[in-house]
Design a protein around this ligand. Sequence first.
Ligand code: SAH
Ligand code: SF4
Ligand code: F3S
Length: 477
Amino acid sequence: MADEPTAQPSKKLYIETVGCQMNVLDSELVVARLRDDGYVLTDDIDQADAILYNTCSVRQHAEDKIYSALGRIKHLKRKKPELSVGVLGCMAQKDQGSILKRAPHVDVVIGPGQLGRVPELLAKAKADAKPQLAVSLARTAGSREHVTSSFDSYDADREPAVRPSPFQAYLRVMMGCDKFCTYCIVPSVRGPEQSRPPDSIVAEARLLALQGVKEITLIGQTVNSYKHRTPDGRITRLSDLLARLHDIDGIVRIKFITNFPNDMTDDLLQAVRDLPKVSRYIHVPAQSGCDAVLKRMKRMYTAASYDEMLARLRETIPGSSVSSDFIVGFCGETDESFEKTARLLERSRFKNSFIFKYSPRTGTKADGLFADDVPEDVKRRRNHILLDLQTAISLEDNRAFIGREVDVLVEGPSKSTTRKEGWDGPDQMTGRTACDRIVVFPGPESLTGETARVRIDQASAVTLFGGLADGAVERPA
Ligand code: SAH
Ligand code: SF4
Ligand code: F3S
């Protein structure tokens, strides 16, 4: 970590992050705050002076993982009572004080709206020898009471050391969610939808570019619902924002996740088509292909209107790729409704799909209204069926790249053990195409952050493999 203070010995911070990109970014901001408070990062949990878990509540499994991790570190706290243990993020907001009951060795429980206070609360827990709980007001459907700002100032301090890579950074453009899909806990733990002022987003993007960031990913739970209105009535949509960010020197790729199907407006699709720095990749979850299920989920679209949106997207943006999320085994999902989902997945030809088994969440509409009536083994079977269908489609579409040349923004040495067949050299690099396909190829580490032209010669369902085309490397200014 940069700017380590020299006056006092540094404290060691171990942080583990689960959940979505919001959490990855929140963790970066928390680490930055704690860095300013004299902490340095460690990978060695046994050496840590503070252990923090930035948590997710979206499915039971994510919560179970954290409770077992907390169980595993109990002995560390016994050995070293001055160790600070913190539960941050969505679980902290959802479970609040009950975390302290289940895991009394926890010192701080801090919700996503209060993360700017982590250093203060860690110090207070120590000074008062008492656990500290900081969460926002509970939120129910329709209420805007919830205090939401993750940070008082959006111009938060950043910390490159915990980014996906030194030249890739997340940029928050929206907070919260107002859709209240019936299965989903996110609106109650993350608060109301708020669009960040565009000037502040652009200023942060400029700063990131000056720090060497080349790829920014705009994040929001429904990022394409972005709409900011200035007091004089001027409206900025996501398409306008993309155009402004596109002008920033040094930024070579812009992505945005996640999209809501109903908010996929033509101006946005045209912006993706017309702005070459914008990745031609759109994550737009369908969740189900059955209208009755979609209705119970309160997704506010039908399978036919999803198809129409997808057709419009593909017609507007040639060479685009689309990915989706699905929930299998939602309340009342019959074999027939599942069949409809499988057919939607097949005809949509997604680049990839994330498939989840429905996990009832206390406090959501569905949990109160419907029975979780699909048995676990049926959920598992449906999950596998969708995965297999998707894998076959991904493989077929990836194979169509064989023989073609693609421009790859190189992310760094490949950590994957998947190797290009016939290649046993040490240096495999990995990166992504403009349509977000992963490409692995032999090449020097110095290519990191550069755009390389790669000729594809092999393909799996998740990865394209190839070699540098004529050794060509484009060096963006
Ligand atoms: N805002 C994003 C997704 C947020 S959660 C969107 O609307 O697309 C990420 C994914 O988790 C969702 O797309 C959904 O597929 C899944 N998910 C959410 N709640 C779930 C639950 N209770 N059980 C299983 N999967 C769930
Ligand atoms: Fe959850 Fe729906 Fe909001 Fe996505 S749009 S975060 S699935 S409530
Ligand atoms: Fe999980 Fe919270 Fe994200 S519940 S999916 S970490 S917003």
